[in-house]
Structure formats: C-alpha cells, structure tokens
Design a protein around this ligand. Structure first.
Ligand code: NOJ
Length: 720
C-alpha cells in the first residue's frame, strides 16, 4: 500500500506532463480577471507587485521587519521569500488581505532545493505547499563543469542532455499537472544564464564564452524547463558578454521572451540590480532599475530598486508604463493560476501541514531515492555487501554520526534532529555489532582521536570510514581551490590501512573531490553525497546488500585540480594525446579522469555485446535503431544504466568526442540477459553551426554504448 502511494507520488512528480503557465484553457478568463484587477491599480500599486522582499528567521520562528509590514499594508510588496509555515504565511497574507487597499494576495517563495522538511531529491513540493509556500527557487539548471564551484551539487552535473531531462522532470515535479492544486508550487529555472561557468570556479565571477557554447551547452536545460512549463526564471549574478545578466536584453528580451515566447515572470537573484553598480555597468541603483526593466526583468529580489525608482523613471521617460504593465500582468496571472485570488489562504492550512510534513511515505521515498543516488566507485574482492562473516563493524570518521552534514546545504526547513546518521542506522542492524569512533574532525590538524579509532578498528572484522566535506563546503559562496578531503581524515585512513583489515570508504561531499590516493588505500568506496533525512538508513541498505547500488556519476571526478576543466564531451584537438611529445597532454598526470562521467559499479557485473544498427545509413527525417545485448554476469540481481553516446566525426564546427544521446535503467536478475534498444533520429544529431543555425549535417558518425562514458563498444553509421 505504502509502495503504491510512493509510486503514485513519484509518477505524478516526475512523469506527468504539465500545461505551460501561459497556455491553460482558462487563460482567456484569467486574462480578463487580470485586466479587471489592473484597471483598479495606480502606478504605485503596480510597482509594488514587482517587489520581492525577504522574511528573517529567529529562534522563535519566522519574523518580518516592521517597515516591511508597513509596505504590505501599503501594497508595496508583491511577494515575500523565506517566510514559511502555514500559520506564519497566513498571518502575513491576512495583513495584505485585510489591511491593504487592493487586497492582492502575496506570493510566498522559498529556496526549497533539496527538500522542504524531508530533505532528499523529491516530495519537496508537497511539503512546501503544505507549509504555505507557493513558489520555489528551483530547479537550478546550471551546467557545472568546474568542481571548485560550490554550487555543482544544486544542479544535475556537466551534461546538457542529462541536465535538460532532469531540469524538466523537476519542473513537472514542483508544478504538477495543475497549478490550482494546492499541493503544487511554482518552479523557477535558475540562474539564467551560464552562472555555472564562472571563471576559475569562483562564485559570482565573470563568465565569458561564445554564443555557440552558450547555446549548445548552457541554454538547453533552460529551454527544457520552459518546454516543461516552468512558471518563472531567475537571473544570474554573473556578467555574460560584458553585461550583467539582469541587464541583458539579449538573454531576457531576445532569447527568453521573444525567441522562446516565455509567458511567466523573471525575478532577479538577490540584489542583482543593485550589484550592476559594482559590476561597473550602472551608475547607481536607479540606473540599474532602468537597465533591468528595459532588459525584461519583472521582479526585483531584495534590491528595492524598482520600488524606489521606477516611478521617477516613468516620469523621466526612461521606462514605459507599458513595460511595467507587462511585468505586473505576468505576476498577477500566476497568482490567479495558483488560485490565490479565489482563496488567498489555500496554501496556509495548518491541518494539512501537520498531516504531510514528515509523512511516513515521504520518509520512505527519501530513503529509497537516496540509496538510488549513491555511486559505488570501487569494490575490490566483493568487500561489499557485508558477508555473513561480518560480526563486528568499526564505524570510524567525523561523518559517521552526523545528523547535520548529511542534510547538506540548501536544506530549507530541514531539521537535524529528524535526520538519521549512519551510526543510528547501523545500530539497528540485527546481524552485527557496531562500535563508533570519530577519530578526528572534518577539518583541522588534531590527531588525538586516532589512537582510540585504531583500537576500535583493531577489534573489528571490517572498517567503515565515513569521511568527506562539511555541508558548508558546498552551496553559494562555498568554492574551494583544493578539492581534496580536508583536515587529517586521509591520514586517519592511512593509519587504519596499516591494520590490514578491509576498509569501506563512505564518502559524503557535495562536489567531485580529488581522492586518488584514498581510493587506492580503500577496498570499497561508496559515494553517498549528502543524502538527506534518511541518509543513515539508505547507506545501511547498501552496505548490507538490501539495495544493490545503481547510481552513475553525473559529473567527472578529476585526478587533481590542475586537470580542471575536465568533462567527458571535450573536443579532440588537432593533436590528440599520443606517445609523441607534441600532443595535447600534461607532463605530470594523464589526461584521463579518476572517474569518468556516467561511471558507477554494482555488486553484480554487466557485459555488453552484439551492438547492432538497424541500418548503417540514416536518412534525414528518418531514424535507426541501435540495439545491444546486456547480460547480468555476476552474483546479484541488479540495475544498470545503459548509456548511448554518439560522435559526429566531421562538422561545420568541430564536435565533441562523445555526446550523450540516451540512457535506460534496466533491471536484470542474475544470469539474465536482455536486448536494449535506442532510436536515433536525424534530428537528434542537430547542432549549432557557425552561423548559429541548429541542424544536423550529413556525414559519418560513431555510436557508443556502455555502462559509462569510457568503457563502451562502438559501431558506425552515415547520415545522408
Ligand atoms: C541567492 C542564490 O544565488 C539563489 O539561488 C537563491 O535562490 C536566492 N539567493 C534566494 O535565497
């Protein structure tokens, strides 16, 4: 029953297609209602709708500054972020509904990124909506190819194709089928655009790239979010082509609003309009407001530049009332679509909140999704899962008993006290005894705990060492130039290694880290990221073999920082690596990553064979079928993510050495085999040419199939 519930929730979150906010059947009716509200609004009232301000949070709960409360009463705030709980949003909404002149409902937003209370990838919309929220600042669909950047863990990695699918699925998950359903919330595709390409992986830093790369790599997930019906976009902090994104007519007016015909609204990131001054693009905040509105920004997050200056700018004829009307219309339309004009309190229902927050079904889903996200990086001699001989487990390491770090960053209202540490979970396992020693801290040089840790490990059959990063080493303004395992954690591993016992490394971190020597020392390595509220149970499921790991890396793990940027779909260059000196390589380290994109082991093994194409010629407007035999050749039932890549050998502009074009997750019982097939259409091979037209080009292609981006078998075909 519970499983059925989860299935229904997941299906509705990920697979139901949703109507674009601009294309619901009631649209004409909503337009009429928006017009009727706008007819009552003064210019001040309209400008008020464009203003988004933050609530604060105190130990006693959420708070709102007194002067902001007055702004609500004066109709000078259209939306509030960081205010949450059904009771508190109701209180603020009441102020707007009972004390402001026009009684326009407020919109409540929040960074519900990795969950609201139950922290894990999913269910977020239901819990957030039950706590009075209408709008999340997610999904982040920024392509991230530099693991120094702290925000890589907010998105879906380095690949535009994968990022587009995940971005669209998250939009559908948040928005559901129908925005009037009080368990759905508005999504926000961010940060538009190219925020992940900050120079040197340093947050907020300059971005510079060709329009070709922008369109080929960084924009597709934003477009996919649009096609999935995303209601809002957030501008990015960075400049692009020398222009801060919030002032970019190219990004906002030309691409988003004209070329893509986006009908929802655009919000800035936090005080981005004001920051145009520091960028050296605006003289002052007023100038910033002018640039932003003219570029197509509809709502100002926290900068109050619109509130302070738009009216003057209208008087001075620097902006038009028509532009302001357009922005207001977009915002009011979504408030109507959420049903807020029919019942402004529909999301602020304390009963529903009690029932849904931390619902057992949510916790079960959190556990299941978390274990599916783990990536087994090494498993020599079948160290995992624990065999019957494992009677005593030594759990060592500063992340072994944390309820804090496992929630990661962007944890919204997540509560450490509800999180299950790895120790808490292992203590509930019936088959073995567990002793725990922290050994050291995540950071710092203190080794005084080593002796106790070694003593505990000496008495055990197997050592589980939980090490990695702090939660705070990821997220906004959390970049690192040294992405190795911090502190003395590695030294602790080296000491434990001397005991000659099997060592399982359980890694917790928010980015690819440089772990070549740690991987060498360990017998098994399980990458668990920051797995959320049920992390401990999920990891225990994998260690004990109740769940056979199936996750694959969405981002490349470099050997060292000097290899960055390193990603699977690089170009070949004119001098690809060879024995010869004058080829593209380093003197001190190979070109290969430590773990490639798409990599991940299972407790069982899979063999690929019989790669076949339905035809070696592909005609435009036609398709070919690629099939491969997959066999489970190991000792466990298991799932494999079968990946399909292509290479266009000669192009109008050079093409990457591989491009992901499809994948399928397949479950096979041990000993079973199955033929897996993919269809490649000519249109799947389209790319941006030097004149920026998007089309396929006739010629020779290679197709690759395998369990990661390196270990593949291949075949060839011709497009003509
Ligand atoms: C700044 C971050 O860049 C953005 O992702 C977030 O949504 C806003 N702050 C609001 O908290």
């Amino acid at each position: 029953m519970r499983n059925t519930f989860i299935l229904i929730v997941l299906l509705s979150m990920f697979y139901v297609s949703c109507k674009s906010p601009g294309s619901t059947s009631g649209d004409a009716n909503i337009d009429r209602r928006v017009d009727s509200v706008m007819a009552l609004m003064s210019l001040d009232d309209k400008i008020g709708q464009l203003n988004l301000l933050t609530s604060d949070w105190d130990v006693t709960g959420p708070t709102f500054r007194k002067d902001y409360e007055d702004l609500i009463r004066q109709g000078k705030i259209g939306a509030i972020f960081n205010a949450h709980t059904a009771a508190y949003t109701r209180k603020l909404q009441k102020m707007a509904m009972e004390e402001s002149k026009l009684k326009i409902p407020l919109l409540f937003g929040y960074d519900v990124i990795h969950g609201y209370k139950t922290i894990f990838p999913g269910i977020a919309a239901i819990e957030a909506a039950a706590s009075g929220l209408h709008w999340t600042f997610a999904p982040m669909v920024d392509i991230a190819r530099d693991p120094r950047w702290g925000r890589v863990m907010e998105g879906s990695g380095e690949d535009a194709y994968l990022g587009s699918l995940i971005g669209a699925a998250r939009v559908r998950g948040f928005q559901g089928k129908d925005l009037t359903d009080p368990l759905t919330i508005l999504a926000c595709a961010k940060h538009y655009a190219a925020y992940g390409a900050a120079q040197a992986g340093r947050d907020y830093h300059t971005v510079d790239m060709s329009e070709l790369v922008l369109r080929e790599v960084y924009l597709p997930p934003f477009k996919a979010a649009l096609d999935a019906g995303v209601a809002t976009y957030m501008t990015s902090f960075n400049e692009l082509f020398g222009i801060p994104a919030s002032a970019s007519q190219f990004l906002l007016r030309d691409v988003l609003k004209k070329e893509w015909n986006f009908s929802g609204f655009v919000v800035t990131d936090y005080t981005s309009i004001n920051e145009m001054v520091e960028h050296g693009y605006a003289v002052d905040h007023k100038h910033g407001a002018e640039l932003a509105l003219n570029a197509g920004v509809d709502m100002d997050m926290q900068g109050t530049a619109y509130l302070r200056f738009l009216k003057e700018l209208v008087d001075e004829k620097k902006v038009t009332v028509a532009q302001i009307d357009d922005a207001v219309r977009r915002i009011l339309k979504l408030k109507f679509q959420l049903g807020l004009f029919d019942d402004p309190y529909r999301y602020s229902d304390e009963e529903r909140e009690k029932q849904l927050i931390y619902a057992p079904e949510h916790l079960d889903a959190a556990r299941d999704i978390a274990r599916k996200s783990f990536v087994l990086l090494k498993n020599n001699n079948q160290t995992l899962p624990f065999g019957a001989n494992v009677k005593n487990v030594a759990l060592i390491g500063p992340l072994g008993d944390t309820q804090h770090h496992i929630l990661g960053t962007w944890r919204a209202a997540g509560d450490n006290a509800k999180a299950v540490s790895l120790l808490m979970a292992l203590q509930q396992e019936p088959g073995f005894k567990v002793v725990f020693e922290k050994g050291c801290d995540i950071e710092g040089t203190d080794k005084s705990g080593f002796a106790k840790a070694i003593a505990a490990a000496r008495a055990a059959d197997i050592i589980v060492l939980a090490i990695g990063e702090t939660a705070e080493m990821s997220g906004e303004a959390a970049c690192r130039t040294n992405i190795s395992i911090p502190g003395v954690q590695s030294e602790l591993l080296a000491e434990l290694k001397k005991l000659g016992k099997p060592i399982v490394l359980v890694l917790m971190n928010g980015r690819p880290i440089t772990i070549e020597k740690e991987v060498d020392m360990a017998d098994a390595v399980l990458e668990t990221w920051f797995a959320g509220t049920q992390a401990g149970y999920a990891i225990a499921d994998v260690l004990t073999g109740r769940y056979n790991p199936s996750g694959k890396l969405p981002i490349t793990f470099p050997r060292n920082v000097g290899q960055i940027p390193i990603f699977y779909n690089m170009k070949n260059t004119g001098r690809p690596i060879s024995e010869s000196k004058y080829t593209s390589k380093y003197l001190d380290v190979s070109n290969t990553p430590l773990f490639p994109f798409g990599f991940g082991l299972s407790y069982t093994t899979f063999a690929y064979s019989n790669l076949a194409l339905s035809d070696s010629l592909l005609h435009s407007n036609d398709s070919i079928v690629v099939s491969v035999k997959l066999a489970n050749t190991g000792n466990f039932d298991g799932e494999e993510v079968v990946q399909l890549y292509v290479r266009d050998l000669v192009g109008n502009v050079t093409r990457p050495v591989k491009e992901l074009k499809g994948y399928k997750k397949v479950f096979l019982k041990k000993g079973e085999e199955q033929t897996i097939s993919f269809t490649i259409k000519a249109s799947d091979l389209a790319f941006y040419h030097s004149d920026l037209t998007f089309k396929p080009e006739n010629g020779d292609f290679m197709v690759f199939v395998g369990g990661n981006s390196v270990d593949v078998i291949n075949a060839s075909f011709k497009l003509q």
